[in-house]
Write a new protein. Structure first.
Length: 354
């Protein structure tokens, strides 16, 4: 149970159910930011090449643990929860092997071409992935979906709603017992679908989609560090996401989708999609919840509903947020270059006590 005063908020230590850590020097630069706030995180598999086998996932976990140790994070203080990248050719035996490993906790669906490093993604989910889907449903392992169609004739702002009709509804009809996480929902359509769907369906929501609408992309010019996929939407959709996140429904929980990119690759003729929020995620979420008078709902969203859906125990330790101004850095080191956090230079009212 959270405890709150005017200046402090103590909650069960949260988890991040959607995180990009990259690899190599990028991984070394960002891993500790997440570990300072979260006890666990579902780590995305869209590396180059993608993480498509259990062996690759466990090797990647080893690299994450080595990066955490090198950054001074105590052993056991943070647990990376690994995922596999679903392809048209993922075998049922690989799903079974992943489940039995104890280290792989979900499988990620990227429609081919939907986002960063999704070129190897799925081209026909129900036509080519049934063996993998059958195995996922049998073993109870969640399927995590990037919920956008990639049809070039569908407007970028409509791709989530179209995904519900073209993919989610047929998928749920074919696999009613399959656990599905509709990741980083961005629309009223997505929130209402998850709220009302039958069976084991949940959704993650990012801080940027709770705090900003699409106007933020164009304030004073093009704002590349506000660009992510799925893209920010209209204000009516932002309000619907805030209502879902603060509703107390166990179907909605925290997933930052924190996605680091070098400054030069964001401020580029064809800039990369992704917002870096791992540095200050809980401060951002606290802002979003406080703006609607719902700080008392933050613990469930951040700390309880995710592990409950995944069938994992809730964390036993706590995280303390204090009411103290935190100015987001203009940039932070990122290997041999730098990256720009979301809302760089702005002030937040809450910060994590370290």
């Amino acid at each position: 149970m959270s405890t709150q005063t005017s200046d402090t908020l103590v909650i069960t230590r949260p988890d991040d159910w959607h995180l990009h850590l990259r690899d190599g020097e990028a991984l070394a630069a960002v891993a500790a930011d997440t570990a300072r706030q979260f006890a666990r995180a579902i780590v995305m598999p869209n590396l180059r090449p993608p993480v498509t086998t259990t062996e690759q996932a466990l090797a990647y976990r080893g690299r994450i643990e080595a990066a955490l140790a090198a950054a001074g994070v105590p052993a056991g203080a943070f647990s990376p929860l690994m995922t596999l990248y679903l392809t048209d050719n993922t075998a049922a035996d690989e799903i079974k092997r992943a489940h039995e490993s104890g280290g792989v906790h979900a499988v990620k669906l990227y429609p081919a071409g939907a986002t960063t490093n999704s070129d190897a993604g799925v081209t026909d989910l129900l036509g080519k992935c049934r063996p993998a889907l059958d195995a996922l449903e049998r073993c109870g392992m969640p399927l995590l979906v990037h919920g956008e169609v990639t049809d070039p004739y569908v407007d970028v702002f409509d791709r989530e709603a179209m995904f519900i009709e073209r993919v989610m509804r047929p998928l749920r009809k074919a696999y009613p017992a399959l656990k599905v996480v509709f990741e980083h929902i961005t629309t009223k359509d997505g929130a209402e679908y998850v709220r009302d769907a039958e069976g084991p369906v949940a959704a993650t929501i990012t801080p940027q989609h709770l705090l900003y609408n699409r106007n933020a992309l164009f304030q004073g010019g093009m704002r590349p560090h506000m660009y992510c996929l799925p893209i920010l939407k209209r204000e009516v959709h932002r309000q619907a996401l805030v209502a879902a996140a603060t509703s107390g429904s166990p179907r909605f929980f925290l997933g930052t989708d924190s996605a680091p990119h070098a400054r030069g690759l964001k401020e580029h003729a064809c800039g990369c999609a992704g917002c870096y929020t791992a540095l200050h995620a809980m401060s951002l979420y606290a802002k979003a919840f406080e703006e609607v008078g719902a700080l008392d709902k933050l613990e469930g969203f951040a700390s309880h509903y995710g592990p409950d859906f995944y069938g994992l125990p809730r964390n036993r330790d706590t995280l303390t947020l204090v009411r103290q101004e935190y100015v987001i850095p203009e940039e932070i080191p990122y290997g041999s270059t730098t990256l720009v956090p979301l809302a760089a230079g702005e002030s937040l009212a809450w910060r994590v006590r370290t």
